[in-house]
Design a protein around this ligand. Structure first.
Ligand SMILES: [Zn+2]
Length: 276
């Protein structure tokens, strides 16, 4: 808010028409995070999110076992994701929800609307609401532009775009495959994760899903992680305290809402049957 006040005063002083100031503020890169409502410095135009997602999605697919070759399963996963995308704060991105043939228990997002969930994760889940909770969490990272912020801070957008654009990479320089491996190992801040959980919880309820699905998902992942460390939790905070604040939010905000979907049978028919 302060940014605009300062802009406005200097603008009046210099007789700059308001429309030009709006354009300037766009290029200065101060934007309102649609999820938190707070002003943040964002140096990337949205178009670059889309460009990064489009160029690196095929590389993520390649490094994570390729897509699961089953149109019916892909359509089902996408249909659940699109319900979330439709009610999200940013409906301008073209969202893609893709199931990958990787046995790791994982889900991830690329900027610009690309969400991936692994076969290992799908096998752990038992209801559509649980799947919705995983996809909703990732959609928040895209909408809040956590993914593009993290990538731009830790790798650099220029490098990502130039490497993706060059057909041949000279020996010794980074390749798109190297950069993808870096992207896959990046970690969001705890604050971003908490927002992704809580805003994701809201998204899933707005999309018609029982928020209990998010609690169940974290409990399932925790149990699995106790047996053998899973990938999703190597890049995400431990489920224990997440379950606590999610339960509290359900109690205070969503308690007693009727008609929300759990969708065990649908998940069984849409996913589990195809993986057997
Ligand atoms: Zn996350």
């Amino acid at each position: 808010m302060e940014f605009f006040t300062i802009m406005h005063k200097s603008m009046l002083r210099n007789f700059i028409p308001f429309s030009i100031a709006v354009v300037l503020s766009f290029f200065c890169g101060c934007v309102t995070n649609p999820v938190t409502g707070q002003q943040e410095l964002m140096l990337l135009p949205v178009q670059q999110d889309i460009e990064i997602g489009r160029r690196y999605a095929p590389e993520v697919e390649k490094q994570m076992g390729g897509t699961i070759v089953n149109q019916s399963l892909q359509d089902y996963v996408d249909s659940v994701g699109q319900k979330i995308a439709r009610i999200s704060h940013n409906r301008d991105f073209d969202y893609h929800f893709t199931a990958l043939n990787d046995k790791s228990v994982n889900a991830l997002a690329l900027p610009g609307g690309y969400v991936f969930v692994t076969k290992g994760m799908l096998e752990q889940l038992t209801t559509e609401a649980q799947l919705a909770s995983v996809l909703a969490h990732e959609v928040v990272h895209i909408v809040a532009r956590d993914t593009s912020n993290m990538i731009s801070n830790q790798i650099g957008i220029d490098i990502l775009l130039s490497v993706a654009a060059s057909q041949k990479t000279p020996r010794g320089l980074l390749t798109a495959a190297d950069l993808t491996r870096q992207i896959l190992s990046l970690q969001y801040s705890r604050g971003d994760e908490r927002i992704a959980d809580l805003a994701g919880l809201n998204y899933m309820v707005l999309a018609g899903y029982d928020p209990q699905g998010m609690v169940e998902t974290l409990q399932v992942l925790q149990r699995q992680n106790d047996l053998a460390p899973i990938e999703f939790l190597s890049t995400h905070p431990s489920p224990e305290n997440r379950v606590e604040y999610i339960k509290e939010k359900i109690q205070t905000r969503y308690y007693g809402i009727e008609g929300l979907k759990s969708g065990q049978q649908d998940y069984n028919a849409g996913v589990l049957q195809h993986l057997r």
